[in-house]
Write a protein that binds this ligand. Structure first.
Ligand SMILES: [Zn+2]
Ligand SMILES: [Zn+2]
Length: 403
């Protein structure tokens, strides 16, 4: 893209900015939880149709797919053109909004506390913008509006419903607005980017009885305590020092009174890793260590893990494409050089597994404007300057990919 074309694109996005912000605020005010995004999906479908895209609703539950066929000379049949998928997640969270803003959530106990309202508005604005430039697209752009990211449930049914075919998807891109990163910065890097996440459950069974006579009982609480401590070594002693992983116990329940030995203790937690072998090793070993300790203490451990979500792994070539797009948008100096990996997970991983692609982060925080609340917090918000940046990076990437 020449610098004149680049300036045109910036001007066009600036022109669309008020509508983009208004759209984001509309979705923010009307959040819907995972797989309940019916009104959201209706709005998306109507907007896509108005922009002239082919629309399929009910993909993977409440998902919506919009297909934009490019008409660049020679791509008329599109058989020769490639297809790029742009993914946006659309669901909200069971959080009561604590922000006092005009676009505050109108749904009690439901809030767009992760920025998916912004992702949806960005993708719709991009669809409209690229539809106006379809004569410059040699190939297709498929917009996948994915339900239920927060429950890690929406990507798999969309893929099962065929979103990667007809036409076949050659590459995927997507973004997450990111409040820990300052607005104006973009984080883009190849390789593992978001971690895998697998929830596990442990039940330790002993034999309950009087707290005064422990020798007549089998205490599952003592076994559980040792298991929590011992499994910390799975990362420190069994994972390469050049890799990283997380084992977190989030729950421990057991017992009913101070003078009673409990019958059983239930624990749950999450395993996170960036490498598929680490993921497999930790998932297996946590159960082995738990069972071994429980047995040695005369108790029994029952262990269940998953099904979770694999790591998001970015393809080198598509990541370079997105990096160039980000440089054209914010400048190379606003793309931090340090390791930008995140220990959270996202089922964008499944799209990235199905086709080479890139997931990247668009800074949306701004301490000067007091926009610092973490994702999923009742005070979460974004600096809306991040919205046109998101559109611009995706537009550059799409236009270059289908040039
Ligand atoms: Zn989230
Ligand atoms: Zn999110």
């Amino acid at each position: 893209m020449t610098s004149d074309e680049s300036d045109d694109l910036k001007a066009e996005i600036a022109r669309r900015r008020p509508a983009l912000v208004e759209l984001r605020r509309h979705f923010h005010a009307h959040p819907e939880r995972s797989f309940e995004e019916h009104e959201t999906a209706r709005t998306i479908a109507a907007r896509l149709r108005a922009s002239g895209l082919e629309v399929t609703e009910g993909v993977g539950g409440t998902g919506v797919v919009g297909l934009l066929r490019g008409t660049e000379a020679g791509a008329e049949s599109t058989a020769a053109g490639r297809t790029l998928l742009v993914r946006a997640d659309i669901d909200a969270l069971p959080v009561e909004e604590a922000n006092d803003v005009p676009y505050r959530s109108r749904a009690p106990g439901v809030m767009h506390a992760c920025g998916h309202d912004g992702h949806t508005a960005i993708a719709l604005t991009l669809a409209a913008l690229l539809a106006d430039r379809r004569d410059r697209l040699r190939g297709n752009i498929k917009f996948a509006f994915q339900p239920a990211e927060e429950r890690v449930g929406g990507a798999a049914p969309m893929i099962r419903d065929g979103v990667m075919e007809n036409p076949h998807v050659d590459a995927v891109i997507g973004l997450h607005l990111w409040s820990p990163t300052h607005v104006g910065e973009v984080i883009v890097q190849a390789g593992p980017f978001f971690a895998s996440a697998d929830m596990f459950r442990l039940t330790i069974r002993g034999r309950g009885g009087h707290g005064a006579m422990p020798h007549l009982n089998v205490d599952p609480l003592v076994a559980a305590a040792q298991i929590v401590v011992a499994t910390q070594t799975l990362v420190s002693r069994e994972t390469s020092p050049f890799h990283t992983a997380v084992v977190t116990f989030g729950e421990i329940h057991g017992g009913s009174a101070s003078n009673i030995v409990a019958d059983e203790v239930r624990l749950s937690g999450t395993i996170r890793a960036y490498d598929a072998r680490d993921r497999e090793h930790l998932s297996r070993r946590l159960g082995e260590v738990a069972r071994g300790i429980a047995t040695s203490l005369r108790a029994e451990a029952e262990y269940e893990v998953g099904p979770g979500c694999q790591a998001c792994v970015n393809d080198a070539a598509i990541t370079e494409l997105v990096r160039r797009a980000a440089e054209a948008t914010v400048g190379a100096e606003r793309i931090p050089a340090e390791d930008g990996r995140q220990s959270v997970s996202d089922d964008m991983a499944l799209f990235l597994d199905a086709a080479p692609g890139c997931y990247f982060l668009v800074g949306a925080g701004n301490p000067e404007r007091d926009i610092t609340a973490p994702h999923h917090s009742p005070r979460f918000d974004i600096d809306e300057e991040s919205l046109p940046i998101g559109v611009e990076v995706l537009a550059h990437a799409a236009l270059e990919y289908l040039a």
